[in-house]
Design a protein around this ligand. Structure first.
Ligand code: SF4
Length: 328
């Protein structure tokens, strides 16, 4: 049977406040309007997860401006939450927007991988959906990919499709990812996320046409090096036949599956059993994976390597221990 992976995950949100104003956002609140998650409150949440087969803790945060006097407290809170998750036996993966080189370096000590969506590299979007989102400057995001490579941080990135870009913009963005990977060999996954309108956004545009996804995946598969996995979020591809078509086209991972999709709160995750029922009759076996791919284990600091080793022993499926082999 062919293998398709997912990560049993739970998302904790240090804060929803964000100084950017992307018009398609369904996550953010204004600065100062979202109380920060305290470490003690997070510990209570994580305690309940210890018996629930959750491996990855995704730390997903809104951003405090790099020049703000509150930035260092914000960063320290993220670091402390990662450390807590690690101490409680989970594997942290942080996505908190663009970071300084030093911030990235520090978070490498408490994360098994990290992520940041490139979304789209075309500067045209700075006139529209990203007009009030300084963090979405393409050069800033490319810099993150480069620093992650220099620091040997296993990295997840991706494209947001359907926010006003052209088809050529997709290929340019994918080529940029491929180029960085050829230099640093650090990209483990590329997410292809279709724009799916939610209740909070002001961007008044239709959803990305999901029928186009298999074609995009197919072309992405040609552009990206074969050791990068293509991920699609199954809650944003509602039609079962289309989901299977995306997999046939080359997607091999369904991302983190947990109780809530914090980025698309109007689109509940399809849970594991339901996914199995869709995939199995078509010859696909759904298997859990860790938030770090095996070929990157040696990049991790010792404490993280030990934590990963414990999880690999608990997930004896050989496909999870062989890196590339797990993804055809
Ligand atoms: S999409 Fe991300 S960067 Fe943009 S406003 Fe929302 S939380 Fe902030």
């Amino acid at each position: 049977m062919n293998i398709i992976t997912y990560s049993p995950a739970y998302t904790i949100v240090p804060t929803y406040e964000c100084f950017n104003l992307c018009t398609y956002c369904n996550f953010r609140t204004d600065p100062g309007k979202s109380p920060w998650l305290r470490v003690a409150a997070a510990a209570n949440i994580l305690k309940q997860l210890q018996t629930q087969n959750v491996c990855e803790i995704l730390i997903l945060s809104g951003e405090v401006h790099p020049q703000s006097s509150r930035r260092s407290a914000w960063f320290q809170q993220i670091y402390d939450l990662c450390k807590l998750a690690l101490t409680m036996g989970f594997l942290p993966h942080t996505n908190a927007g663009p970071l300084s080189f030093e911030e990235m370096q520090k978070l490498k000590q408490v994360n098994v991988s990290m992520g940041l969506m490139l979304e789209q590299l075309t500067p045209e979007l700075l006139k529209t959906v990203h007009k009030h989102a300084p963090s979405k400057l393409p050069a800033i995001r490319l810099q993150q990919l480069e620093w992650a490579g220099e620091l040997q941080i296993p990295f997840t990135t991706g494209l947001l499709l359907g926010i006003g870009e052209t088809e050529n913009n997709w290929w340019e963005t994918l080529e940029a990812i491929a180029n960085f990977h050829q230099r640093y060999h650090h990209i483990q996954e590329v997410i292809l996320q279709p724009h799916s309108p939610g209740n909070q956004q002001s961007f008044d545009a239709p959803p990305f046409d999901p029928n186009q996804l298999p074609e995009v995946i197919c072309k992405a598969r040609q552009i990206l090096p074969s050791d990068i996995t293509i991920q699609i979020p199954p809650n944003l591809v509602k039609d079962q036949q289309l989901l299977l078509a995306c997999i046939e086209a080359g997607a091999r991972d369904l991302g983190g599956i947990g109780p809530k999709d914090e980025v698309n709160p109007d689109y509940p995750h399809i849970q594991e059993q339901e996914l199995r029922e869709i995939l199995q009759p078509a010859g696909w076996e759904l298997v859990p994976r860790l938030p770090v791919y095996p070929q990157f284990d040696s990049w991790l600091l010792e404490e993280l390597q030990l934590a990963v080793k414990r999880w690999r022993k608990l997930t004896p499926n050989p496909s999870l221990c062989q890196g590339k082999g797990s993804r055809n």
